[in-house]
Design a protein around this ligand. Structure first.
Ligand SMILES: O=P(O)(O)OC[C@H]1O[C@](O)(CO)[C@@H](O)[C@@H]1O
Length: 241
């Protein structure tokens, strides 16, 4: 196992450490392709990037972003779509051109073709230089649920009830959480040149413990990261207990 582990005191320091890494990378390579994640975990990172943009002027003009996933059936007019999440939490506050931001289209007529298009798009962009990831309680990365093949490319998934329950906190009721999503596959994620996995809070401790102590298995999607050479885990002390 070749993870670099950075222990942060709490959520805010995890977010700050992650932001420093992202900003450092942007300074090194201004036309970076940045892989982005949604969920509660990276929100603090996005706040730090916005603060830094305002205070230090780090520019996103030449950057391209690709998001990991999107719910099927939700578009930008729905506040729970990941398209709207990214606009609300990050894109509206930085100078990234909208045409440089890519998210799978959750309302495509043909989701399977959309998945193929998205995979090709990432390839045309030259691949992801730095991918941000969160982790689900069941070890999911992106929306790749346990049992997903490690050779999967961008594809359509049926969400587990536990994932829908976990994400229902943002919806009015669990029935409103879509039952399917489109997500970059495990193999697509592993093609990223560098990966930053973030985890915060005691609820994520069992998943992080599993990741660090158990073998590689398709039953625990995040374990695929052990097959990658450049993964940094930034976790706070509660998630590392
Ligand atoms: O950061 P959270 O909200 O705990 O979510 C963890 C993971 O679950 C997802 O939101 C999908 O359920 C991922 O996008 C995210 O990485």
């Amino acid at each position: 196992m070749s993870f670099t582990i950075m222990k942060a005191e709490d959520y805010n320091s995890m977010s700050l450490l992650a932001a420093k890494k992202v900003i450092e990378k942007i300074k090194e390579q201004q036309n970076i392709v940045l892989g982005l994640a949604t969920g509660s975990t990276p929100e603090g990172l996005y706040r730090e990037l916005i603060d830094d943009h305002k205070q230090n002027g780090t520019s996103y003009r030449n950057i391209k972003t690709v998001n990991l996933d999107e719910y099927i059936g939700l578009d930008k007019t729905n506040r729970n779509s990941y398209k709207s999440f990214m606009y609300e939490k990050l894109f509206q506050y930085i100078d990234i051109p909208p045409e440089h931001t890519h998210i799978p289209n959750g309302i495509a007529d043909d989701p399977v073709r959309e998945a193929e298009r998205y995979d090709k798009l990432i390839e045309q962009l030259g691949g992801v230089d730095l991918q941000i990831l969160g982790i689900g309680h069941n070890g999911h990365i992106g929306f790749n649920e346990p049992g997903t093949s490690f050779s999967s490319r961008t594809h359509i998934v049926k969400l587990e009830n536990s994932t829908r329950m976990a994400n229902s906190r943002l919806f009015n009721k669990v029935d409103e959480v879509p039952s399917q999503a489109i997500t970059m596959g495990i193999s697509s994620i592993l093609e990223s040149k560098e990966i930053l996995l973030l985890a915060s809070g005691s609820a994520k401790a069992p998943a992080i413990k599993h990741l660090l102590s158990e073998d590689v298995s398709e039953n625990f999607p995040a374990s695929a990261l052990k097959l990658h050479k450049n993964v940094t885990i930034i976790a706070d002390s509660a998630a590392l207990k």
